[in-house]
Design a protein around this ligand. Structure first.
Ligand SMILES: *Cc1c(COP(=O)(O)O)cnc(C)c1O
Length: 379
């Protein structure tokens, strides 16, 4: 006779009870098998421009030592990041993707009496981090839906919802899923309004793609304002999403606290080697920025020429409104082997998020879209 299973849900901590497992949007493994090599994947903001050649070599060179644990301190990668960002290695913590560090920040600094603030239409992980930490979460309303910075972060509204119980503020600049950004001047004004005990996490996963002159990386404030934490990732412009490497930059004292809760070997040996080599190849990232910006402009123009509303973007994706036709278009494109990202989970059911592909992929997307929008049940 076996014992009856306990009610595991009831045993879980309150925050965990209200969470749901990650929804990847599509079963990409099945879709890849069904489309045998021809699937156009524009759903996950991965880079179509590939890994830096030097990073590929570094991965190969690291293979023979895989029987050993990776460097638990990630010293060589931290040194390289320190030089890139003009900070000391003691100002850096490495993560198994930046997602891990966003969660770690919540675990360490948020709780039932230490609230979290984020923006409406902000990245989903911030709410997860708050909930998992059993911390109250307040969402500030986003900017209105206008052509200028549609539904981007409203830094004034964010300042307004912060109070004495707030410990952690998560921002994304530029933001996913809107693609919008805010200026350096706007961020300076926000910092001036915040209480001393509010830690400000600026998620700059898309920083490498930015070409707008008014954008300023929050790393510029690290030396002046100890509340500022900047996260970055190798998953996007560096094209190393499969290796899971991210980082956070902050005051040495804050990093030291985070390091107490970090898993000892959280970043694997291939990721450490590849990320370091990728940083050394600035030319590759410069080319990625230029090619991505070309495609961003081309796709934005092409979609706007078709009467669609395209959110202004500084990232490697665009958010596009398809109105009542959204589900049908997503479905029809999927049948034609093109994967986009549905946005209902973000309260943006009338939108699809389209990651920028290669020039060829983007042209094929627009051609397929023309066919689908001309088809029956069209707009
Ligand atoms: C993709 C993304 C990340 C990066 O996640 P990793 O865990 O580093 O792969 C972080 N923040 C935002 C807003 C993103 O879109």
């Amino acid at each position: 006779m076996s014992a009856a299973a306990p009610d595991f849900d009831a045993l879980a901590q309150p925050g965990i009870r209200s969470l749901r497992a990650y929804d990847p949007g599509h079963d990409l493994v099945a879709l890849r098998a069904a489309h045998a090599g021809s699937l156009i994947e524009l759903g996950s903001n991965e880079s179509p421009f590939g890994i830096a050649p030097g990073a590929m070599d570094a991965i190969t060179a690291a293979l023979p030592a895989l029987y050993r644990y990776p460097d638990p301190r990630g010293g060589a990668l931290k040194q390289a990041l320190a030089e890139t960002h003009g900070v000391g290695p003691e100002q850096i913590i490495l993560g198994n993707g930046s997602h891990e560090l966003l969660m770690l920040l919540g675990q360490v600094f948020a709780g039932p009496n230490a609230g979290v603030v984020a923006s409406q239409f902000g990245f989903a992980v911030y709410a997860l981090a708050a909930t998992a930490a059993n911390a109250p979460l307040r969402l500030a309303p986003a900017l209105p839906h206008t052509a200028v910075m549609a539904r981007g972060h409203d830094l004034d509204a964010i300042a307004d919802v912060i109070d004495v119980s707030t410990r952690l503020l998560y921002l994304a600049n530029p933001n996913n899923p809107t693609g919008t950004w805010y200026s350096g001047a706007g961020f300076a004004a926000l910092l001036a309004k915040l209480p001393a005990n509010v830690l400000v996490v600026v998620d700059e996963a898309y920083r490498e793609y930015v070409t707008a002159p008014d954008f300023v990386s929050a790393s510029q404030w690290l030396a002046r304002d100890p509340r500022v934490i900047v996260t970055g990732t190798f998953s996007k412009a560096h094209a190393l999403a499969g290796l899971r490497v991210g980082y956070a930059l902050a005051a040495p004292g804050l990093i030291a606290v985070l390091e107490r809760a970090r898993e000892s070997f959280n970043v694997n040996a291939l990721g450490l080697a590849a990320a370091k080599a990728s940083l050394a190849d600035a030319t590759h990232i410069d080319q990625v920025r230029v090619r991505n910006a070309e495609q961003r402009q081309w796709l934005t123009d092409a979609l706007r020429a078709r009467g669609l509303f395209v959110y202004p973007s500084q990232t490697n994706f665009v958010l596009v409104e398809f109105g009542n036709d959204t589900l049908r278009i997503e479905d029809e494109l999927l049948k034609r082997g093109i994967v986009l990202r549905p946005m209902a989970g973000y309260g943006l059911a009338e939108c699809l998020r389209i990651s920028l592909g290669t020039a060829d992929e983007n042209m094929r997307l627009v051609a397929a879209l023309d066919a689908v929008m001309a088809g029956e049940g069209g707009r």
